[in-house]
Design a protein around this ligand. Structure first.
Ligand code: OGA
Ligand code: NI
Length: 351
C-alpha cells in the first residue's frame, strides 16, 4: 500500500494548488510521489449494481431478491453502483457542470472559498497533517450540507450562479436516498429498519467533498487520492461522467470501477463497519490520475452525530461473532489522530 517517504520534506504552507502545478506542466514535486505497487491501472470490473426502486418495493419477490443482493454487496465489496435512485439525470448533470465551472475558474476568482487556516471546509489542496504524508494530486472543495443550519454559506461558491441551488437540491435528494439505504441495510441483516439510523442521533451530518484531479504528467507514480477507507457511515460518490479513476481493493487486488451514467457509487464507511459488527466491509479505495484528461468527482459523506455514541448493533453480537469494536463517539476525531500517527483508525478501536 502507500509507503511514506522518509526524507525530510520542505514546509508546505505555501504549496500551490495542484491546478497551478498542472497548468505549468511541471513534474510533480517529491511530496506527491508514491512508491506503490501493484500497477496503478488495474482492470475494470463489474461491481454489484443495486436498484433502489426494487429495494423499496417491500416484501414482493423483487424487493426480497434485491435485499439479498444488497447484503452480498455490503459483505463482499463493501460498495455498489446505485441505480433506480430517482434523482433526475438533469440534476446530476447540473451538479457535475457546476463543480467543473467552479474548479475551472482562475485561482483569484475562487478566493472567497479558500479554506481558512483553522477550518477543514473550503477550497484548497490536500491539507498537510503530518510530515511524512504523501500528497494527493487533487484540489477539493469541502462543504457541509447537513445540518442545513450549520452550512458555512460564506464558503459556498457564488460563481457559477446556480451552484448553491443545484447543490442544495442534490443534498435534499441524497438525504432521502441515504435514509432509505440505511433502512435497507438494517433489514438485510434482519435488524429493525431504524436500527442504524437511531445510532446516528438527532444531528446526522452530510459533508460534501468536490474533487478535482488535474492532468498529471506522472500518473504512474502519483495518486489523486491515496488508498484509504472512508471514516463515514456511508459515502455516495458521483463519479466523473467521462473519465474513470476510482479503484477498489478486494481480496488484495485493485479493480477499476467503470462509469455507469447517472449511477451513484455507494460505499460502506468505517462507522458502518463498526455498527454492523464487522459484517459490512469498509473498502480501501483510491483514485488514479491521467496524463491527458482531468477528472472530477463529488463524494458526500454521511456521518453520525459526533456527540452520540455508536457501536456494534447488539443483535449482531453473538457467541459466534462477539463484539468486534468498542463503542465510541466522534470517530472523525479518532480518524484524524490516527492519520497523524500513521495508524489505521479501525484497528485502533478493534477489541
Ligand atoms: C473520496 C474518494 C474517490 C474518487 O473523496 O473519499 O475516495 O473517485 N474519492 O474521487
Ligand atoms: Ni474515499
Amino acid at each position: 500500500m502507500v509507503e511514506a517517504i522518509d526524507a525530510p520534506l520542505p514546509p508546505t504552507s505555501t504549496t500551490p494548488q495542484v491546478q497551478d502545478i498542472s497548468l505549468h506542466g511541471d513534474d510533480p514535486p517529491p511530496r506527491y510521489i508514491v512508491r506503490e505497487l501493484p500497477d496503478l491501472s488495474p482492470p475494470s470490473t463489474t461491481i454489484p449494481i443495486i436498484d433502489l426502486s426494487r429495494l423499496l418495493s417491500g416484501d414482493e419477490d423483487g424487493g426480497r431478491e434485491e435485499l439479498g443482493e444488497l447484503k452480498a454487496a455490503l459483505t463482499s465489496w463493501g460498495c455498489f453502483q446505485l441505480i433506480g435512485h430517482g434523482i433526475p439525470g438533469e440534476l446530476l448533470d447540473e451538479v457535475q457542470v457546476s463543480a467543473k465551472q467552479f474548479f475551472r475558474l482562475p485561482s483569484e476568482e475562487k478566493q472567497m472559498c479558500f479554506r481558512p487556516e483553522d477550518d477543514v471546509e473550503g477550497y484548497g489542496n490536500d491539507p498537510i497533517l503530518s510530515d511524512k504524508q504523501i500528497l494527493d494530486w487533487s484540489d477539493r472543495l469541502l462543504l457541509k450540507l447537513v445540518p442545513e443550519d450549520t452550512r458555512k454559506l460564506h464558503l459556498w461558491p457564488t460563481n457559477p450562479t446556480q451552484f448553491r441551488e443545484v447543490v442544495s437540491g442534490y443534498s435534499d435528494e441524497l438525504k432521502r436516498i441515504v435514509e432509505a439505504l440505511m433502512k435497507a441495510m438494517a433489514r438485510c441483516v434482519g435488524l429493525e429498519e431504524d436500527c442504524f439510523l437511531k445510532q446516528y442521533g438527532g444531528k446526522e451530518m452530510m459533508m460534501s467533498r468536490f474533487n478535482h484531479y488535474p492532468v498529471c504528467p506522472r500518473p504512474d507514480v502519483v495518486l489523486g487520492v491515496k488508498a484509504h477507507s472512508d471514516g463515514s457511515g456511508v459515502t455516495v460518490l458521483l463519479q466523473d461522467d467521462k473519465v474513470e479513476g476510482l479503484q477498489i481493493l478486494k481480496e488484495g487486488r485493485w479493480y477499476g470501477v467503470p462509469i455507469i451514467p447517472h449511477a451513484l457509487v455507494v460505499n460502506v464507511g468505517d462507522q458502518m463497519q463498526i455498527m454492523s459488527n464487522g459484517i459490512f466491509k469498509s473498502p480501501m479505495h483510491r483514485a488514479a490520475v491521467s496524463a491527458t484528461r482531468e477528472r472530477y468527482s463529488l463524494a458526500v459523506f454521511h456521518l453520525p452525530d459526533p456527540e452520540v455514541e455508536i457501536g456494534p448493533a447488539q443483535d449482531l453480537v453473538t457467541k459466534e461473532l462477539p463484539q468486534q469494536y468498542r463503542n465510541l463517539k466522534n470517530y472523525s476525531a479518532i480518524n484524524f489522530d490516527c492519520f497523524q500517527k500513521g495508524e489505521i483508525a479501525l484497528d485502533s478501536v478493534k477489541i
